[in-house]
Design a protein around this ligand. Sequence first.
Ligand code: PEP
Ligand code: MN
Length: 359
Amino acid sequence: MENKNFRSWLSEMNLTHPLVIAGPCSAESEKQVLEVAHELKNTDATIFRAGVWKPRTRPGTFEGNGVKALPWIQKVKDETGLLTAVEIANAQHAKLALEFDIDVLWIGARTTVNPFAVQEIADAIQGTDKIVLVKNPINPDLELWIGAIERFHKMGVTNLGAIHRGFSSFRKSIYRNIPSWQIPIDLKNRYPSLPIINDPSHICGNRENIFDVSQTALDLKFDGLMIETHCDPDEAWSDAKQQIKPARLIEIMNELKVRKPRFEKEESVAKLNALRKEINAKDDQLLETLSERMQIVDNIGKAKKESNVAVLQNTRWQEILQKVTDSGEEHGLSKLFIEKIFKAIHQESISHQEKILKE
Ligand code: PEP
Ligand code: MN
């Protein structure tokens, strides 16, 4: 899969701006669907989204209008020319979406986590030329995300893309789903041609941060955005807090900055190269310091072995952590960052000493 070109569907759209997928979280009624679609008609939106089968956390809430909503979405295509997208979560949904000629099928985060469900859908749409977009699994597991994409590829689906919608976490956060940007970046590095779309709506869980998250996504060279859009967001039957009005979507698209892929002026390139040289030198210094530190750790390990002393010296470790986080803050380095680095260093030091004690 590594060297395949997955972008042709996107390149063929010849867009002069990032791809925009917009539309309500759920298709609530024919009127609602058409109203949003008409407002999106002459905007940057190319694809109209609407959930027909809704995976809800608790039963007893609105679970989508199902098959009855598919003709409404077909009407969107007829009346506005927008491409259409729905979420499919099983083989039956897949067959119906194909029957109603939906252009883009997306796999929801709760489905991507389940290889049986993904395989069932991949079997049902084998060889389709429809566009299939795979949302990340709810847990931050890159291999599981890739595995789902591979299942479609193996069944002859070639118009593929990924949607990054963040990851659930028990950690308190300003996000509904934490973006953990390194994961989509890793995906991009594994499959450089695979289009990656960001879904700021499900990352934020509110309207206020959608612009910021979208800008970060564009700064990280995402290919597009999927943004939940509703004419009366407060009254939406699902995800009311995070949906925005079409007028706000237009504003956001106007305000977002699309950065150039690289520096163009010669003097800027020279300046960048000089700064990168400095970074490389600092990285070398860091590695040298780490290696010297580890040699001292090994010597302490040998001393512990001689005296039969335990590897973990918790008081000392707490002391170090306190000292480095305090001193880090004085240097403008966040506590969280320093904690992460030193916990990793401590873990590696323990492994080294464990090895020495067992020799
Ligand atoms: C959605 O896009 O409406 C949806 C249910 O998203 P996710 O699968 O990301 O939760
Ligand atoms: Mn939603």
